[in-house]
Design a protein around this ligand. Structure first.
Ligand code: MLT
Ligand code: ZN
Length: 459
């Protein structure tokens, strides 16, 4: 069904002529996200509101016409959450990029949903404050998208994920009603925690129009090391050895040999040759000596667990190069084979060695190449499934199913940080009981009885 022209003219009246896009060439970038292999789906129109009031009026108009609305941040998601699979209107937040307030006294920041994460990082760090979540796409992803997907990143190990920093939200419900939910205080036990429900709901319950975030003081000193291993199994066992020893680094990132080889040619950091796995360990604090001493203790434990070599970053540039290289894995692993499917399972951290061994064995049994990297300290592994030929699709599907089932069997989850979207919804019954899924569907209906908000996602 084409979108009613009456709705388009109502939207133009609300947001202005130039903020409604309908020609297919300009719609094209809004038809996808970063999910590898996801078929693009063009919306009928992109509408770019400039204020919460405009968001609410556009939603009201769409709901009166029964037209689907898909909110979209930076388009950097990994599960199709912002892709308008049923057409309709994409609500894009490029014009809502203001940092409204940073309060050093309250340790809070108020932002519009289109603020790019890196810009918030810079603004708060300039004032000696810190907003820890750091997904790989931090230079392009937006706070609205981060909240919708409950974004994580390497620093989640010590500091937690987006949900741990969202105190309150301004939202618009699908029929256009505007609400303020949550709080501005650190503590608060007053009514149901609607804020936490919206965080991670993948844009299916409400549209976020402003976010109140908790900040913490910025750690003044950071120390980083790359620890290499001769085998994935030794690296995984070393991760386990580190916990329970009174050290909580701020990151403990894992990369297998195949991932390192993929990124090596373009990486600014020079990885040692012929290594089969590596960990990036980072510690922080307020004192250079203590931070370095903590890194030293972590490295010593990893050494005793069988590490081959350790490189301690000597300056901020080496640290940056190491992280740029780590973030380069997403793109670099796309080039290993023609097609890549990227997964995001998480398991209890002591099960990491078993999870990595089983992924490799399952890949071999199905005859499909795999690679793995991710946030080992959180038990969150980005398993990459790599193949050239559509003829392998049945084996790939079998492998995918087995990897997901394995994660659940180990006490884990389908997605640590990328969300379900459309990419993983078929696996939901592996993790959630029929009763839990039914309750989620009923919650969805309570927020969005007409089912117009980001339809086709999660379930
Ligand atoms: C990462 O950890 O690099 C991101 O979650 C993206 C990815 O999985 O490649
Ligand atoms: Zn990740």
């Amino acid at each position: 069904m084409p979108i009613p022209s009456q709705l388009l003219s109502e939207c133009r009246q609300i947001v202005g002529e130039r903020q409604v896009v309908t020609d297919s060439e300009r719609l094209e970038p809004y038809g996808r996200d970063e999910t590898p292999g996801l078929a693009p789906a063009l919306p009928d129109a992109v509408v770019r509101p400039g204020s919460a009031d405009e968001v609410s009026r556009v939603l009201r108009a769409c709901s009166q016409h029964g037209v689907a609305v898909t909110p979209r941040g930076g388009g950097t998601g990994h599960s199709g959450g912002c892709v308008a699979v049923q057409g309709g209107v994409v609500l894009a937040f490029e014009r809502m990029q203001r940092i409204l307030e940073i309060s050093a006294d309250d340790l809070t920041a108020d932002v519009e949903p289109g603020v790019v994460l890196q810009d918030l990082h810079a603004a708060v760090e300039e004032r000696g404050l810190f907003y820890p979540p750091d997904p790989g796409s931090l230079d392009t992803c937006t706070l609205g998208g981060n909240v919708a997907e409950n974004a994580g990143g390497p620093r989640a190990l010590r500091y937690g994920v987006t949900r741990d920093y969202v105190l309150g939200l301004e939202i618009a419900l699908p029929a256009g009603d505007r609400l303020r939910i949550g709080k501005r205080t650190v503590k608060g036990v007053s009514g149901y925690d609607l804020t936490s429900l919206i965080v991670g709901s993948e844009g299916t319950l409400a549209v976020i129009t402003a976010v109140t975030l908790k900040l913490i003081p910025r750690p003044r000193s950071v120390a980083t090391a790359l620890v290499t291993f001769d085998s994935a199994a030794t690296a995984a066992a070393a991760v386990s050895a580190l916990f329970g020893r009174g050290i909580l680094p701020r990151t403990l990132e894992y990369m297998d040999g195949r991932s390192i080889d993929a990124v090596r040619p373009t990486a600014p950091f020079r990885f040692p040759e012929q290594i089969d796995a590596a960990l990036i360990v980072e510690t922080d604090g307020d004192d250079d000596e203590a931070t370095l001493a903590q890194l030293g203790r972590a490295v010593e434990i990893l050494d005793r667990a069988g590490a081959r070599s350790t490189l301690i970053a000597q300056d901020a540039r080496q640290q940056r190069d190491l992280w740029t290289s780590r973030r380069g894995l997403t793109e670099a692993t796309r080039k290993i084979r023609r097609i890549k499917i990227a997964e995001d399972i998480a398991v209890p951290r002591r099960r990491i060695p078993e999870a990595l061994a089983r992924v490799a064995a399952l890949g071999e049994r199905c005859g499909v190449l795999t690679a793995a990297y991710g946030h080992a300290g959180d038990g969150n592994l980005h398993v990459q499934i790599l193949f050239d030929d559509e003829g392998q699709r049945p084996a790939v599907e079998r492998l995918l199913h087995q990897v997901m089932a394995m994660a659940i069997e180990l006490g884990g989850t389908l997605s640590g940080e990328h969300g379900i979207g459309i990419a993983k919804k078929k696996f939901m019954p592996l993790e959630h009981s029929a009763g839990a899924l039914d309750l989620m569907r009923r919650l969805k209906r309570a927020f969005d009885p007409a089912g117009i908000l980001n339809p086709g996602k999660i379930f």
